[in-house]
Ligand binder design. Structure first.
Ligand SMILES: NC(=O)c1ccc[n+]([C@@H]2O[C@H](COP(=O)([O-])OP(=O)(O)OC[C@H]3O[C@@H](n4cnc5c(N)ncnc54)[C@H](O)[C@@H]3O)[C@@H](O)[C@H]2O)c1
Length: 364
């Protein structure tokens, strides 16, 4: 991941910088806080080890700021850790004009964004995403949230960062499984965008190649345009849930049940195959589109078949989906690659068939 130049995306209310060395830009934002309200850094144990030294190497004053580190992984995105962060900020004297730096993956930015939004009714924060999910998705868009009793994102809010700094060189220390997991969000945006973006993505098989930088850029740019048009998820932004209705249910179930864990992106990848199938049945996605989506996902991910005995559990958890209204869950599906449709209802019979289809393609 090379690309030295830093590109600024400015379709949102805050700047999103992307490039291998957005240091000048980070310094400009952080430095004023060092001499006023102070800077507080949230990491997890991995990003404290791998990414914090990079940041303190660039801005040495940051080595003297307070750091709070949560355990790595999804279970940290809970109210227990939220309270620990509030208490840390309070005990270390964070004030209204302090800055929180979220240095980590989607767990750190979701949790830190929530903490920043609520501590003293809101302090400023920046996201410096270090995982592929963080860079391609979670760090932009202003959504923050935590899980309740293991069920995904049951408490959350919208609260924009001051700026986002995406440096793909952080990905060199990211484990392959997490790199793949993040690629699911790139596949999703490419399927929603269609045309040239989908053509670039559909044959990707080696994620460590240089083109990753370009694909992160395309994905973030695409997401920023959608979020700019619908910041509060009332219409267009819902398309970004493609794959996530089934995906979140699978992820929550695996978190809750003590089954071997499923990474967010793996769950979304499985969810996209199911929802592409549903799209072919309900909204007319042509067979070729369904095949292309299934092919790239089965080539990149080693998904495990869903066990029939858990189907009722998946359906039950889906009832907690945040898109559920009195009219049921509104699925985001595709009419074709590049033509998303939102708020489609899906009956249990088709949902069950989509799980059968998923099992069929992953066992081929
Ligand atoms: N707010 C949003 O819009 C949004 C969008 C997508 C996903 N999410 C959320 O993001 C979360 C998933 O994000 P994630 O996959 O980044 O999870 P994560 O934050 O747990 O990071 C994945 C793993 O990679 C490690 N890691 C991160 N950067 C590293 C680096 N540079 N080097 C070495 N290790 C590194 C972490 O320690 C962790 O073990 C989910 O909770 C999901 O709900 C939020």
């Amino acid at each position: 991941v090379k690309q030295k130049t830093v590109t600024k995306i400015d379709s949102l209310a805050y700047p999103v910088y992307i490039g291998a060395e957005p240091w000048h830009e980070i310094k400009a934002v952080v430095q004023p806080f060092l001499t006023s309200g102070g800077v507080y850094i949230l990491t997890d144990h991995h990003t404290q080890k791998y990414c914090l030294p990079v940041l303190t190497g660039i801005i040495p004053e940051l080595a003297r700021q307070d750091v709070f580190s949560v355990s790595r992984g999804e279970p940290s995105k809970d109210v227990f850790n939220l309270e620990r962060i509030w208490r840390w900020l309070m005990e270390k004297g964070a004030v209204k004009d302090s800055l929180l730096i979220n240095l980590g993956g989607g767990v750190v930015s979701d949790l830190g964004g929530f903490a920043a939004a609520t501590y003293k009714r809101g302090i400023r924060y920046i996201n410096v995403p270090t995982s592929l999910i963080g860079q391609a998705d979670a760090a932009v868009g202003g959504k923050a949230g935590i899980n309740i009793s293991g069920v995904k994102n049951q408490a959350g809010l919208f609260y924009d960062p001051m700026a986002v700094f995406i440096n793909p060189s952080f990905l060199t220390t990211l484990a392959d499984a997490h790199l793949k997991s993040g690629f699911a969000e790139i596949i999703k945006c490419a399927a929603l965008s269609g045309n040239g973006f989908w053509e670039k993505v559909k044959y990707v098989r080696d994620l460590r190649e240089d083109h990753l930088f370009d694909l992160i850029f395309e994905t973030v740019n695409f997401k920023c345009d959608i979020v700019a048009a619908d910041p509060f998820d009332q219409s267009l932004r819902k398309m970004l849930n493609f794959g996530h209705t089934v995906g979140h249910a699978l992820e929550s179930f695996h978190n809750l049940s003590g089954q071997p864990g499923m990474l967010h992106g793996e769950a979304v990848a499985a969810g996209m195959i199911c929802e592409a199938y549903l799209s072919s049945k309900i909204t007319g996605l042509p067979e070729r589109g369904l095949e292309e989506i299934s092919n790239i996902i089965t080539a990149l991910f080693e998904l495990k078949p869903l066990e029939n005995c858990f189907l009722d559990e998946y359906f039950k958890i889906m009832q907690y989906d945040k898109k559920k209204t009195i009219n049921g869950i509104g699925f985001s599906l595709l009419e074709s690659l590049g033509r998303p449709v939102m708020e489609r209802s899906v009956d249990q019979e088709n949902l069950k068939k989509s799980f059968d289809y998923l099992n069929h393609v992953i066992q081929k």
